[in-house]
Design a protein around this ligand. Structure first.
Ligand SMILES: [Zn+2]
Ligand SMILES: [Zn+2]
Length: 223
């Protein structure tokens, strides 16, 4: 009987790759020369948490123009302040989609009333989507984490697909589905161990399905 291979190691072992926030592969960067570092560090310095919570003047100007200078809550009084719909204390940023122009009395009411605060949060979520208070940096981090999670999931699925024939073989031979801890055991094997294991199992099964060999001479009648 021909020797059947149920499992083959992957041809190319996957290497760890660096991904950008969009999940694309990053190119290797040239090292930055010492003299350039000071200049670059100045340009690359990112705003701190306090700065990220502040509404820039041009954003405030846009919000005033959009609301005609009127309080967006009572729609009567003149607006005097820009409120963070998602509070700064909860990392709401100074972005246009998180800004609400209010008069002081309306602002004071919202500040002390969690229900009212939540009303505006859900209204802005409907209008601008989840994470309406995110700035660019928040989105970068969010996408980076998402890409990392997807990568882990992808690797796990790839591994599971590669051991699928082994699982099917043992399942049919055992006449039952494999237990979770048995699947985990197979998943934990590296390529070499898997090769040894599958060769052993397939030899055992091939031999088991053959009729018992006859060792004696003339004891069995062959026709
Ligand atoms: Zn008002
Ligand atoms: Zn406020």
């Amino acid at each position: 009987m021909s020797h059947q291979t149920f499992w083959k190691p992957e041809k190319k072992p996957r290497q760890k790759k660096a991904y950008s926030s969009l999940g694309q592969r990053k190119k290797d960067k040239k090292p930055v020369p010492e003299w350039k570092k000071d200049i670059l560090s100045h340009h690359q310095s990112r705003p701190n948490t306090k700065e990220r919570g502040e509404f820039p003047k041009d954003v405030i100007a846009e919000l005033i123009a959009d609301s005609n200078g009127i309080c967006e809550c009572c729609k009567a009084a003149e607006a005097t302040t820009t409120h963070h719909v998602y509070p700064r204390g909860r990392k709401g940023r100074g972005v246009k989609t998180n800004g609400l122009r209010l008069c002081w009395p309306c602002h004071d009411r919202i500040q002390i009333n969690e229900e009212l605060l939540q009303f505006w949060i859900s209204a802005f979520r409907d209008k601008y989507g989840d994470y309406f208070w995110f700035d660019e940096q928040d989105w970068e981090e969010h996408n980076r984490k998402l890409a990392a999670r997807q990568r882990v999931e992808f690797d796990k699925n790839e591994r599971l697909n590669s051991i699928k024939p082994v699982i099917e073989l043992i399942t049919s031979a055992a006449g039952r589905t494999l237990k979770a801890r048995e699947v985990r055991l197979l998943e934990a094997m590296d390529d070499k161990e898997m090769l040894v294991f599958t060769n052993m199992i397939s030899d055992a099964l091939n031999n088991f399905s053959k009729p018992a060999p006859s060792y004696g001479y003339g004891e069995r009648f062959e026709d």
